[in-house]
Design a protein. Structure first.
Length: 369
């Protein structure tokens, strides 16, 4: 058996850490850094629609939220309420309260109101297929926000269009940050929720990006419901720390909500606010997530959705449907917030609200002031 002195072992470890990465690993890190550079740039000018139908007046719209505790669903509702008031539409929100039965009851309540349109606020369209079909038979227009795993119309259900940034682009941005920030040595736990197809699409994409980095490792993919994060995330965080120890350097979540409840367990284990694991969310960009990133406390990144812009876009897409026109096809670009750029792009209210003139653009299309 060969014995090494402590000094010799230390020198060997130093040499291994300092050694250049293999070519494949270098390529993965370079690619990740290029993605991060792209998605952290300041907001570009408005690149959405500039033409469309004039405002269709006198409409009634019901927004069915999967869970108003979810900052994403709530933020979109706030943006939509703002735009609907400008349009003079009757707008109301029904909260699905984070359960299958609650979401189904909310959909049935919305249909019973006989509105002109129903918006699926983070409701999975496949889960609510039966009430969606029922609503369509009653000539109620259906649009979605985060209702399936891609933007645009549904291939299988009567959903006029689905509003979201590209989930795969969002996932690649979050995973690329872990690779770039770790210089190709990230040990990653991914948090997802199999209730939502969009969540699985994101977590699968994040895992694929991490596995494409030779020096990185997906330690675990944890399927834990967003609705139960308050009770599950504390014990789960403790168990993962015990299981992986120092190997766990990055946590990637499909939503900021997972990180709302990790801090006490991390602190109890002696992990500082700026310590490992570094937490990065692939959506939605909640107010508390922005606060954590600003303070460098238990979160280093979020690929935030432009929630209020999406609320205005939902009104525009509904207006196109009411006028008998096609959806605009607009997809907002992914934007990653980190401590390095959050002061420039984060906004004073801890929400991502792009300063690209989208409100004025939609007002001009609709012919209103």
């Amino acid at each position: 058996m060969v014995r090494r002195s402590a000094l010799a072992t230390a020198l060997l470890l130093t040499a291994l850490v300092a050694a250049p990465l293999p070519a494949m690993a270098q390529d993965a890190v370079a690619a990740a850094k290029a993605v991060v550079e792209k998605v952290t740039k300041p907001n570009p000018p408005w690149d959405g629609p500039t033409t469309g139908p004039k405002l269709q007046s006198g409409k009634t719209v019901v927004y069915v939220s999967a869970d108003q505790r979810n900052g994403g669903a709530r933020g979109v509702a706030e943006g939509m309420d703002e735009a609907a008031k400008l349009a003079g539409w009757d707008f109301r929100v029904i909260d699905g309260q984070g359960t299958v039965s609650g979401r189904s009851a909310a959909m049935n309540q919305a249909i019973a109101l006989k509105p002109d349109a129903i918006v699926l606020g983070a409701l999975d369209a496949a889960e609510q297929a039966a009430p969606i079909e029922d609503a369509a038979k009653q000539k109620i227009v259906i649009v979605g926000w985060h209702s399936f795993a891609k933007p645009g119309p549904s291939d299988t259900l009567p959903v006029f269009t689905n509003i979201t940034t590209d989930p795969l682009e969002v996932a690649r941005a979050a995973a690329s940050y872990a690779i770039a920030d770790s210089d190709g040595k990230a040990g990653v736990v991914i948090f997802t929720d199999s209730v939502y197809r969009i969540a699985i699409a994101k977590s699968d994409a994040m895992a694929e990006v991490i596995r494409g980095c030779p020096g990185c490792k997906v330690l675990s993919v944890e399927d834990t419901p967003l609705s139960d994060t308050g009770t599950r995330m504390g014990p789960l965080t403790t168990a993962l720390l015990q299981r992986f120890g120092d190997q766990w350097t990055y946590a990637l979540g499909i939503n900021d909500l997972y990180f709302d409840f990790m801090a006490p367990s991390l602190a109890s284990a002696g992990v500082g606010g700026d310590g490992m694991p570094h937490n990065v969310s692939a959506g939605d960009g909640s107010e508390v997530a922005f606060q954590r990133i600003r303070a460098n406390q238990y979160q280093v990144g979020t690929v935030a959705e432009p929630l209020r812009l999406h609320g205005w876009q939902l009104v525009d897409e509904l207006n196109r449907a009411f006028a008998g026109e096609k959806a605009s096809g607009y997809v907002a670009p992914a934007h990653l917030f980190t401590p390095a750029n959050i002061k420039a792009d984060g906004g004073p209210d801890n929400v991502y609200d792009p300063e690209n003139g989208y409100r004025d653009a939609y007002k001009k299309i609709w012919g209103v002031n």
